[in-house]
Design a protein around this ligand. Structure first.
Ligand code: PMP
Length: 398
């Protein structure tokens, strides 16, 4: 420790402490629990991708790339979006490579939100949204997904609260954060949802940030409805995605933002002094790997097999399974268990599950700012089948 006294200063984020993800991962390690908490794969990425990055390093592509990202990768992203969602983004003026989805979200918010601006988020929401809005000086207006329940009172699914959203929009609203497929619920918003969102913001100056980092994880033959597939919305949206999720390399932290030219211009002003640019060999490697569409088109089948395996195992427990049309998260309602712990709040239930049963999960309450308990926890199934099988063996004792 530094022995001298450090001057104190007001925290810019006084509310922020250690996140539940860190707490649960530490608890999982301490108790040798199987970690289905934090969302990351426990299997390796394709060796071809590693070889592509290695090749770029050995070819001495190790100096600063252009500020907006390597041209080959921006063109690859542009082509992918055009093919999948039908919208053309200019690779030079409308696509920027970022240090993962998190930096893209942070920079997008900083580029358009200022003091006095309101930003609407829909909880449960990814934990980086609120601090980014705070640091920009904006005001977070949180509304909650509607929880649909079955006859026995257990959570059945989630819906966007359109009336609350309509009421929350006012002349101070600068931005709405939208997320599909949705973390933590696994819900996938549909074309009619995009139509309703478009109707709400028509004739306003409200911008949209569409967090689509799980875009390639949509199951049962369903389609991902990107903001890019909706021209009215695309004209006022930052579209954000992450190669970390798509290619099983969450530690590489490379993602992108696609947005109309005028929005990209402001985004890049902040990006330039935020990270300036993103590491070069990863970008070349990703550009080469992305050029084979099979590498992302095969992802739904790959993860659907894991989802189905995990759900089949869970169906032999008393957990009530929520639908998982997308993402690599499976939510369950534990209030159906015939044990005293079924009455615990979500965080305490997860701690108990980790320390006593040996499986770590994340309480959905961690995705709300105000205490909100619905008896639902989130498992991540981006794991090898043997990891899932071991976790299921333990969960089946409940
Ligand atoms: N948005 C959502 C909804 C996420 O779940 C995550 C990652 N957990 C991110 C953004 C951030 O992506 P990245 O790891 O590329 O920063």
């Amino acid at each position: 420790m530094i022995p001298l006294e450090t001057p104190s200063f007001p925290s810019r984020l006084p509310q922020v402490g250690t996140t539940i993800f860190t707490v649960m991962s530490a608890l999982a390690a301490e108790h040798q629990a199987i970690n289905l908490g934090q969302g990351f794969p426990d299997f390796p990425c394709d060796r071809k991708l590693i070889a592509d990055v290695n090749g770029a390093m050995l070819a001495d592509r190790n100096q600063y790339p252009p500020m907006a990202g390597v041209a080959e990768l921006r063109h690859g992203v542009s082509e992918k979006i055009k093919t999948l969602y039908g919208q053309h983004y200019d690779a030079d003026t409308e696509i920027t490579i970022t240090a993962g989805g998190t930096q893209a979200i942070f920079t997008a918010i900083l580029s358009c939100v200022g003091p006095g601006d309101e930003v609407i988020i829909i909880e449960p929401a990814f934990d980086s949204y609120r601090p980014a809005i705070d640091l920009a000086g904006g005001k977070t207006i949180a509304i909650s997904l509607e929880v649909a329940r079955d006859e026995s009172g257990q959570v059945a699914s989630y819906e966007i609260p359109w009336d609350s959203l309509a009421k929350a929009i006012n002349p101070k609203t600068r931005l709405i954060l939208f997320n599909t497929p949705h973390n933590p619920t696994g819900m996938v918003w549909d074309k009619p949802d995009l139509d309703r969102l478009a109707a709400l913001v028509r004739n306003t100056s409200v911008l949209i940030l569409s967090d689509e980092v799980y875009e390639h994880m949509v199951y049962d033959g369903a389609k991902h409805h990107s903001i890019a597939s909706h021209p009215d919305l695309a004209a006022r949206s930052f579209l954000i995605s992450s190669f970390g999720k798509t290619f099983h390399v969450t530690g590489w932290k490379v993602g992108y933002v696609a947005a109309p030219h005028s929005m990209t211009k402001e985004f890049r002003k902040v990006h330039q002094f935020n990270v300036f640019t993103v590491n070069t060999p990863m970008q070349y490697g990703l550009a080469s790997y992305l050029s084979n569409a099979d590498h992302y088109l095969n992802l739904p089948a790959f993860y659907q097999a894991k989802r189905d395996f995990f759900r089949l195992g869970l169906s032999q427990t008393k957990f009530k399974l929520l639908p998982t049309p997308g993402t690599y998260f499976q939510c369950v309602d534990y209030s159906s268990l015939n044990i005293p712990q079924a009455k615990l709040n979500e965080a305490d239930f997860c701690k108990w599950l980790t320390t006593e049963i040996g499986v770590a999960a994340i309480p959905v309450s961690a995705f709300y700012d105000q205490a909100t308990e619905s008896g639902v926890i989130r498992f991540c199934f981006a794991k090898q089948e043997q990891t899932l099988a071991k976790a299921l063996e333990r969960l089946q004792t409940l």
